[in-house]
Design a protein. Structure first.
Length: 275
């Protein structure tokens, strides 16, 4: 079996490649800038599709967030993937409650309408966000400012997402399932930063921003209206309590419990250490 991993250099794509490789699955790592061991794939350049898809029997899809008019792209890719039997789509928790600025619900429908054995993953916020997107602010000033109020989030490790994806792509019994993936417990951002701070023996602080102030800050940093609307929608879900849900899906699918934030913090403590 050969699996094409789209978005292979991203937060979930990298561990999906690792999880599939650990299972002995021939894996084709695809991205816009794949490096020496990958293949080129660009949602916005259809000439890259056929070479990447040739002979693949499974697909891991990170949908085309960066393409402003991305509706229809997932449908067209699946139609072009003649040999692919299974497909796993990375969606997100709360997709049905978000604004239409990024058509995730449309992409889910396009996957459901295909003749593939599909599985949709709806993960909570990634633990790895603290080590990537949020890392500069935490490393430099020790303060994270977000419009999440004091609401709880069951942050999930992307390695658990990858393990579920690998199972769905290589095992029977996962077709036509929508899996909500979370960590083992829900934490506010303040509680999460206490966990990270304990791992590095350093005080890390969370400050709750007003949504309007957060949006203004994004615009001043150069974000377009589409990105601002998208981020405001995601944080509105958190404030409304939608991300506090905890499921046992990771354990049911993989056989191991979901990784706690404490484990991620201990393994990556050097990221937040004040040097």
């Amino acid at each position: 079996m050969t699996v094409l991993v789209i978005g292979a250099t991203g937060k979930t794509g990298r561990p999906v490649v690792e999880a599939l490789t650990a299972r002995g699955v021939k894996t084709r790592a695809a991205s816009r800038n794949p490096g020496a061991n990958g293949v080129t794939f660009d949602w916005a350049n259809r000439d890259t599709w056929a070479p990447a898809l040739e002979g693949v029997e499974g697909l891991y899809l990170v949908p085309p967030y960066a393409v402003p008019d991305g509706a229809g792209l997932v449908r067209d890719l699946l139609a072009a993937a003649h040999d692919a039997r299974r497909v796993v789509l990375l969606s997100l928790l709360g997709v049905d409650l978000l604004p239409d600025v990024i058509p995730m619900a449309v992409w889910e429908d396009e996957v459901r309408s295909s003749r593939k054995e599909w599985t949709i993953l709806r993960p909570n916020w990634f633990q790895q966000n603290f080590g990537e997107g949020f890392a500069p602010a935490l490393h430099e000033g020790g303060v994270l400012e977000l419009p999440a109020a004091d609401a709880a989030v069951a942050f999930v490790d992307t390695r658990d997402i990858a393990d579920v994806a690998a199972a769905a792509l290589t095992e029977q019994g996962h077709a036509r399932n929508v899996y909500v993936l979370t960590g083992p417990r829900a934490l506010s951002h303040a509680e999460a930063l206490r966990v990270l701070g304990e791992a590095v023996d350093r005080k890390l602080t969370y400050t709750a921003l007003e949504p309007g102030a957060f949006a203004d800050g994004m615009r001043k940093a150069g974000a377009d209206d589409r990105s601002v609307t998208w981020q405001r929608g995601l944080f509105a879900l958190i404030r409304d309590g939608e991300n506090a849900v905890v499921t046992d899906t990771v354990e049911r699918v993989t056989g191991h419990p979901a990784r706690p934030l404490e484990s991620y913090a201990q393994e990556n403590a050097s990221i937040w250490r004040d040097q």
